[in-house]
Ligand binder design. Structure first.
Ligand SMILES: NC(=O)c1ccc[n+]([C@@H]2O[C@H](COP(=O)([O-])OP(=O)(O)OC[C@H]3O[C@@H](n4cnc5c(N)ncnc54)[C@H](O)[C@@H]3O)[C@@H](O)[C@H]2O)c1
Ligand SMILES: O=CCCC(=O)O
Length: 482
């Protein structure tokens, strides 16, 4: 990819533009910490212009047919498919993940556009049985209104695309605020939005100071829905703020996924699932395994298989042929180090890794396996968001379920067993929004992605995801019989 510095702008009312006061912020390559670009930092005026434009565009966008909206989404899908490498390289540059994984993310994001280009035309209403002969009771599903979308850096494209695709299909207009670490992928994507010819104001892009943009949206009664993906702490704050104007809210928050390996599991599948779910995106994934729980009788055999796979992982510059890139920033890196140090100080054993690695100048951490981990350690309770796999041991099925559910989070959980009855008992006892049975990969455009408890609420994907952007209107009609 070219070494030229990227310059990213806002996208408001169909035009790319710098911030009205010319302010910008720097974007870094997390592998080298070199400055790779400047991104416009939206001013109060820009934020208001984006809100006003989204409100105005909503008046006409909501009147378009679902077929017309599907046409725009299909154009967008085609552009994403033909330009996937270009988008992926920008993503690797500012987020660090290996290019092959970035291409995978573009395809994953595109799968939501493909799905919602179809799903929008399936939205239906109801005609209810009337209580008197001269009446009609009808129920319509209508778009909720302009939507504010806030997303994190770990999936710089997919996290907002899986929100805007259903929102646009439903007839909403959207304003996107990506994370400050990864705005350039969003700018690249908005070039495709522009080429796809969406009417001005239907899709807006604001970058800059999160609290300034968030507060302006929250204060505006014109923004009718907030869809947020990010940390539980920020999600809780946004929900409090949204209560002032009673916005509809979806929160896709942090997780603390357990992965249970029973003595009747296929241990090769379990080790492969653990490695896939933990080390994808260098462990910086909301559904990443944060605790492996292994039944005592297969503990040694499982650890041997796990070590074989984990010790083969490579890491470094995402533009080379590696399995994992860098940690996004110092804050993320410090948390990983703190979790490992705390576990080791409290008696955990480090079987692999356990320390930072050199290279590039940014923040690298070796793929790590910890054993003898107990519930007294921070890593047992907090999301690590890095390439560290702590292994716990259990004796009975009841104990495994109790340990798995012993967390305030409830996003994803995984279970490995070849026993049919056990698989039903355990998957249904897990207090999680999503469960993988004999797999470490659960995400799919047609499936409902989302959590319970402190992992939030709302679902993204499939027929469930579009409901988040619709409200129900009931019309009671009395007519004159001739
Ligand atoms: N459940 C899911 O689908 C899902 C998916 C990806 C990531 N996550 C979670 O996201 C977290 C990692 O991301 P992070 O650390 O960047 O999260 P974060 O909450 O710090 O940031 C997420 C987004 O919120 C914005 N933000 C921060 N403060 C804000 C404020 N005061 N007002 C408005 N916006 C604000 C940020 O700029 C960013 O765009 C992890 O906890 C991870 O589990 C969840
Ligand atoms: O980080 C969370 C999103 C991961 C996914 O969609 O698979």
């Amino acid at each position: 990819m070219s070494e030229a510095k990227q310059v990213g702008q806002l996208y408001i009312n169909g035009t790319f533009k710098p911030a009205e006061d010319g302010q910008t912020f720097e974007v870094l390559n997390p592998y080298t910490l070199a400055i790779i670009g400047e991104q416009a930092e939206a001013s109060e005026k820009d934020i208001q212009a984006a809100i006003d434009g989204a409100v105005q565009a909503f008046r006409t966008w909501k009147q378009t047919t679902a077929y017309e909206r599907a046409g725009y989404l299909r154009k967008l899908l085609h552009l994403m498919q033909t330009r996937e490498r270009e988008i992926a390289e920008v993503m690797t540059l500012e987020q660090g993940k290996p290019v092959a994984e970035a291409v995978g993310e573009v395809r994953y994001a595109a799968s939501y556009v493909a799905w919602y280009a179809e799903e929008g035309i399936r939205v239906t209403g109801d005609l209810l049985a009337p209580s008197q002969t001269d009446s009609r009771l009808s129920v319509r599903k209508i778009p909720v209104g302009p939507v504010g979308i806030i997303t994190p850096w770990n999936f710089p494209l997919a996290m907002f695309v899986r929100k805007i695709a259903p929102a646009l299909a439903a007839g909403c207009t959207v304003i996107v605020k990506p994370a400050e670490q990864t705005p350039l992928t969003a700018v690249k994507f908005f070039e495709l939005i522009h080429e796809a010819g969406f009417p001005a104001g239907v899709c807006q892009l604001l970058t800059g100071e999160a609290s300034k943009i968030g507060s302006a949206w929250m204060a505006s009664s014109a923004i009718r829905k907030i869809s947020f993906t990010g940390s539980t702490a920020v999600g809780k704050m946004l929900m409090r703020q949204a209560s002032e104007t009673l916005k509809k809210v979806s929160l896709e928050l942090g997780g603390h996924a357990p992965l249970i390996v029973f003595d009747d599991a296929d241990l090769d599948m379990a080790a492969a699932g653990a490695v896939e779910s933990k080390f994808r995106n260098c462990g910086q994934v909301c559904v990443a395994t944060n605790r492996v729980l292994v039944q005592r009788s297969v503990y040694d055999a499982f650890i041997e298989k796990l070590m074989k796979r984990t010790s083969a992982l490579t890491f470094g510059d995402g533009f080379t042929n590696v399995d994992m890139g860098p940690i996004i920033d110092k804050q993320g890196f410090d948390k990983i180090v703190a979790h490992v140090d705390d576990a080791l100080a409290k008696g955990a054993k480090c079987l692999l890794g356990g320390k930072p690695a050199k290279g590039g100048g940014g923040y690298l951490f070796e793929p790590t396996v910890l054993t003898d981990v107990t519930s007294a350690m921070r890593i047992a309770k907090e999301e690590t968001f890095g390439p560290v796999l702590p292994v716990f041991v259990f004796d009975t099925e009841a104990e495994a379920i109790q340990m798995a559910n012993d967390t305030p989070f409830g996003l994803a959980a995984y279970c490995f067993t070849e026993n049919l009855s056990r698989s039903i008992r355990v998957t249904e006892a897990l207090e999680y929004g999503m469960v993988g049975l004999n797999t470490g990969r659960i995400s799919a455009a047609q499936a409902p992605f989302g959590g319970v408890k402190m992992s939030g609420f709302g679902r993204e994907g499939g027929r469930y995801g579009i409901e988040e952007y619709l409200v129900t209107q009931y019309i009671a009609t009395v007519y004159k019989e001739s």
